[in-house]
Design a protein around this ligand. Structure first.
Ligand SMILES: NC(=O)c1ccc[n+]([C@@H]2O[C@H](COP(=O)([O-])OP(=O)(O)OC[C@H]3O[C@@H](n4cnc5c(N)ncnc54)[C@H](OP(=O)(O)O)[C@@H]3O)[C@@H](O)[C@H]2O)c1
Length: 385
């Protein structure tokens, strides 16, 4: 029996993880759940999966949850201290890290530090402080297991092969909702249009990141830390159908890839069951019916966020944390305050220009870069006409 804690259980990845738990109740039991503000959904999950301990980021939501659960005995913790305690819960042997954004850094790091096995969907902490997270995992004798479909594909295509034999790694990208959209239409893109992802149903922040291609940029940085591969060996290929989830090319010309229908339950289940593959029984991948798969080089001019991410990775130190924080603030302003879509890369560019890379040697360096970039990005947004 694998005992599981889910950080971000009320989100898209959290819900897919619980789907798998429900399908295989003899293999998994949920011991800890963490959410942000959605006490109604968390209550449902608690009544179905009966964890031993839960936490919510928002103390008011945690109070509402305690009221809802007055008929059962369950510790409901709150704030970052509460979330971190659940992340380190000793009776859990697998932590699914699925909070959105940099908010997941401290709890994910805490889970690693406490020796839990961590499966990572929450890519932003890896972008902010990948080296620290990997150093900590190595100290604990653990490997951070990828959940992102691209990283799961890369992991699977590297298994049994020598890293030294890799020529390059190619992350595929759907291109998002605006791949074929002329720039003048992108300039006036609405929130609803940007949230229309062609292939995946995901949380709002990652869906906007997919529309700007920042998601692919964050994934390039994540791949660099997860697999210890430099930027110059990491390429992006636009593949509209999201069937090939990424490829690894070897020096002898062989290219290995992992294919599947776009359904996050496949990589999540692989991370939960590794090295077993359990019968999820999705519809079969029928390539004859799909007929053709299409590929395009990425367009760095129309999607400058991807170029910014490569620049941050190459700049190193605190720059990826700066990029990530400025992006979170800019995406938030687009989603909640009506900032124009094409201002997102401009805000990140301006922030990176005033927050040049500094050495990142400890957690404080990453947190300070994050704090400073958020402050600067918010100021640049306020200055917009
Ligand atoms: N969705 C996908 O298919 C997919 C694929 C690959 C990677 N990922 C990555 O996985 C992560 C989660 O994505 P998602 O699409 O599942 O996002 P989502 O649907 O927006 O869910 C986010 C989760 O994080 C919780 N949360 C937000 N702020 C929090 C905070 N400060 N403290 C604690 N919990 C907090 C939310 O709780 P409330 O709802 O209760 O506020 C929710 O449970 C992201 O990093 C994303 O890049 C997602």
């Amino acid at each position: 029996m694998t005992t599981i804690t889910i950080l971000g259980s009320t989100g898209s990845i959290g819900a897919s993880t619980l789907d798998i738990v429900a399908k295989f109740p003899e293999q998994f039991s949920v011991v800890g759940l963490v959410a942000g503000t959605n006490d109604e959904k968390l209550e449902e999950q608690i009544r179905t999966f009966q964890p031993n301990i839960v936490a919510m980021a928002d103390p008011a939501a945690a109070r509402r949850l305690r009221d809802r659960l007055s008929d059962i005995q369950l510790p409901v913790l709150d704030g970052m201290a509460g979330i971190t305690e659940v992340a380190q819960y000793p009776e859990s042997n697998l932590v699914i890290s699925a909070i959105v954004g940099g908010a997941g850094l401290l709890p994910t790091l805490a889970a690693i530090q406490s020796g839990r096995r961590v499966a990572l969907a929450n890519k932003e902490p890896m972008v902010m402080a990948g080296q620290l997270m990997q150093t900590e995992a190595q100290r604990q004798g653990q490997q951070i297991f990828p959940i992102d479909s691209e990283h799961s594909a890369i992991f699977q295509s590297m298994e049994g092969h020598r890293k030294a034999d890799i020529r390059r790694v190619v992350l595929t990208a759907s291109g998002g909702p605006f791949w074929d959209t002329p720039p003048e239409e992108m300039a006036t893109a609405t929130r609803a249009q940007a949230l229309q992802h062609p292939n995946w149903k995901m949380g709002e922040k990652i869906t906007i990141d997919s529309a700007t291609l920042m998601n692919k940029g964050l994934e390039v940085i994540e791949a660099s830390w997860l697999f210890d591969i430099p930027a110059k060996q990491l390429d992006v290929l636009v593949h509209r159908e999201s069937i090939i989830h990424s490829l690894v090319e070897y020096h002898d010309g062989s290219v290995l890839a992992q294919l599947g229908l776009p359904d996050m339950r496949t990589p999540i289940s692989y991370a939960m069951n590794y090295p077993q593959r359990v019968p999820l029984l999705p519809p079969p991948l029928d390539l004859a019916t799909i007929g053709k798969l299409t590929f395009f080089p990425p367009d760095f001019d129309r999607f400058p966020c991807l170029a910014l991410a490569y620049e941050a990775l190459q700049g190193g130190g605190t720059w990826p944390a700066t990029l990530n924080a400025a992006n979170e603030v800019a995406v938030g302003a687009f989603l909640n305050n009506g900032m124009r879509f094409l201002e997102i890369p401009n805000i990140i560019r301006q922030t990176m220009d005033v927050a040049l890379p500094q050495p990142l040697t400890c957690l404080e360096d990453a947190l300070e870069a994050d704090r400073y970039a958020r402050e600067k990005a918010a100021t640049f947004i306020q200055q917009l006409p």
